[in-house]
Design a protein around this ligand. Structure first.
Ligand code: AMP
Length: 406
């Protein structure tokens, strides 16, 4: 029997490792799963493949290395595994949160690349060290198999300086690399390419706004396949209102809060702005849009306010980027909320007729996992829902990097 080569995609979060195994040639997904709550008593391992149903086990998993050992062992399992030999894996693609200014595209891992990656630990302290740990663990478990790093920030590296600079003294950019980087790049990249396919036009003839609306959310202005601006900034905290992040606020609020609460610990502020704000902070109820929508239907006023704030902030970015791009051909909704909430899409697109943005309410209400057009026939702008697929994009990038270096 012919052994088909595979691509393993690994996504190490601060306390989780997600993986997907694809067939190299067909890009078919063959095995996938997640190790969650690493280092905690409630750690578990959930996995599934094309031949087995989902299985979940609570196990002790102390760190990212143990999580990856577990995943590789399971992939090799005689009964439920998907590979017979690790050499079936042609390449491993790693999602990396922050590539700073050094990485404007995906790269094959070398000793130098690993050293460079460490430079960005301070900018992304929760994610980059975990990504790095993942690379080391893969090297140990799969010696000789190439690894590729695919950065969340890379797609946004085409932004012009006047869009990525902050108007603080220039030396903070020079010495501390403080600038806008943008995130969710893999998702914006994937959906913009899919939009071009849907519109049957080359990407380099299109002006698009892509709205990745999930627990974390960002908007991107894309001209001819190049990002011109994006709503997330130096970190994923900036931009629109999110599940638990505040998005844009007046920076003067920060020293004011510090003074009022006499608490200048990093943790206090970081937790407040990253974990206790957004939908959760305003509603006092949940960061989950499904819960917010249910609560609105039963008359919860703060849930309604949180919902309206989120939609309004997205609408403002869409309108601003419409101006930045001098008109657009397409508006794309993606990620958990963007793909699944007609209610949110309707609110965001309401009263945008002046920009040629008009929904077909019937099409908007269709629940589907497929990419689809939801604009009315009068709408100048094509409005699309495109399910994102960051894993597949990472697999494709890894394949390209692998072939380039051969
Ligand atoms: P993500 O970070 O892309 O996984 O998206 C998570 C967000 O998507 C959460 O706020 C979920 O509540 C939201 N979401 C998922 N399904 C739905 C749905 N059917 N309706 C509204 N929001 C949804």
């Amino acid at each position: 029997m012919e052994i088909l080569k595979k691509i393993l995609v690994v996504n190490c979060g601060s306390s989780s490792v997600k993986y997907t195994l694809f067939e190299l040639a067909s890009e078919k997904k063959v095995d996938w799963g997640i190790v969650e709550c690493i280092g905690l008593p409630e750690a578990y391992y959930k996995r599934q493949n094309v031949n087995t149903n989902e299985k979940k086990d609570y196990l002790k998993v102390a760190n990212h290395r143990e999580a990856i050992e577990l995943i590789i062992k399971n992939l090799l399992d005689e009964k439920v595994g998907s590979i017979v030999d690790t050499n079936e894996i042609a390449v491993v693609g790693h999602r990396v949160a922050h590539g700073g200014v050094k990485f404007s595209k995906s790269v094959l891992v070398t000793e130098k690349v690993k050293e460079d990656l460490k430079e960005y630990f301070a900018i992304a302290p929760l994610h980059n060290p975990a990504n790095y740990a993942g690379v080391l663990a893969i090297e140990k478990m799969l010696p000789g198999i190439p690894s590729v790093l695919v950065f969340d920030t890379a797609f946004h590296q085409t932004m012009p300086d006047y869009a990525y600079m902050y108007a603080i003294p220039y030396e903070y950019y020079e010495k501390n690399h403080i600038r806008r980087y943008g995130f969710h790049g893999t998702s914006h990249n994937y959906v913009s390419r899919m939009a071009a396919k849907m519109l049957e036009k080359p990407l380099n003839e299109l002006k698009l706004i892509t709205a990745h609306l999930g627990n974390g959310s960002s908007i991107a202005a894309i001209d001819k396949g190049r990002v011109i601006d994006t709503s997330m900034g130096f970190t994923p905290l900036q931009g629109v209102v999110m599940g638990t992040r505040c998005g844009d606020i007046d920076p003067a609020i920060i020293p004011y809060i510090l003074k009022q609460y006499k608490n200048d610990s990093d943790t206090f502020l970081n937790t407040l702005m990253n974990k206790r704000s957004g939908l959760l902070g305003i509603s006092g109820l949940s960061s989950d849009m499904r819960t917010i929508v249910k609560a609105i239907k039963s008359g919860n006023k703060r849930a309604k306010l949180a919902f309206e704030m989120l939609c309004y902030s997205v609408k403002k970015y869409i309108s601003a980027y419409y101006g930045v791009l001098n008109g657009i051909d397409g508006l794309v909704f993606t990620a958990g909320i963007g793909e699944n909430s007609p209610f949110v899409r309707e609110k965001i697109c309401s009263n945008l007729h002046a920009l040629g943005i008009e929904l077909d309410l019937k099409k908007n209400n269709v629940i589907s996992n497929e990419e689809r057009l939801i604009s009315s026939s009068n709408s100048k702008v094509k409005i699309m829902v495109i399910p994102t697929n960051e894993e597949l994009m990472i697999a494709r990038e890894s394949k390209i990097c692998l072939y380039k270096c051969k």
